[in-house]
Design a protein around this ligand. Sequence first.
Ligand SMILES: [Zn+2]
Length: 195
Amino acid sequence: MRGICIFKKRYTSRLLAGRLPARLYAQGISKLNKRNFLIVAGGFALFTALQLSSTQNRVAIKASPHIKKWQKDDKFWHEQLTPTQYAILRTGATEPRFSSQYTNFYEVGTYSCQGCDLELFTADMKYDSNTGWPSFSDHIHGHLETYTDLKGMWPKTGYRCARCAGHHGHLIMDGPLPTGQRWCNNGQVLKFKGV
Ligand SMILES: [Zn+2]
């Protein structure tokens, strides 16, 4: 686009200097405008294709219908959670990398939701993804549900607690086999209980 602007400036300065007839100037600018349009349209088509491919790669995982959903107001959550936990669970924020005590932590036990205590992962699901966030190759089925997170530039698969609907992290399909899943969780909203 910068190159196109330079060409436009050159056409205009040649016109002003009397070295370019007005008819040729108009033709030149029209060609540049068409090129401009094709570049913008091409960029938009690529953006849409990437979005569609990202949508197709997303996985829909549902919560168990046997888990009773909590209906709590905002006041309850502010009293129950620290400001960081509130930002993650209730507004979908992400903690800084390597900021939680569970990033490099491999004790035997269970990880539950800081908001409502529902068990979400067991220690044998945890692995080192080297991303700076606690990562799990699977979850306790029925205790998490996925949703489409539209907050960033690309749609992502977010997931939340089946009971309190607190946002926990994102599901990315680059995890170890056999699931291929990486449940990339904010460690500050997990509660660990050893055996
Ligand atoms: Zn919860």
